[in-house]
Ligand binder design. Sequence first.
Ligand SMILES: [Zn+2]
Length: 83
Amino acid sequence: MECPACGSTRVYRSKSRGTLERSLHAILPIHFYRCHECNWRRMRFRKRALNIVIVSVLGLLFGFLLFELASPIIQLMLHLILS
Ligand SMILES: [Zn+2]
């Protein structure tokens, strides 16, 4: 990984500092990175964890959409069967 500020490759994972960063780190799949050359600091999402989050959110959305689309049809079918 290269530092976007100074181009140095001395960018390493950094410990979360303070309550805000610690709670963010506890809740979200993120890591903090720091450049040892210029002290540039940034949080980044863990790639694999991010993929899992995206897939599950999309899956939920798709499932919900499908259910919403299908429910009038299901209701109609139930109505036809029961009446
Ligand atoms: Zn740097």
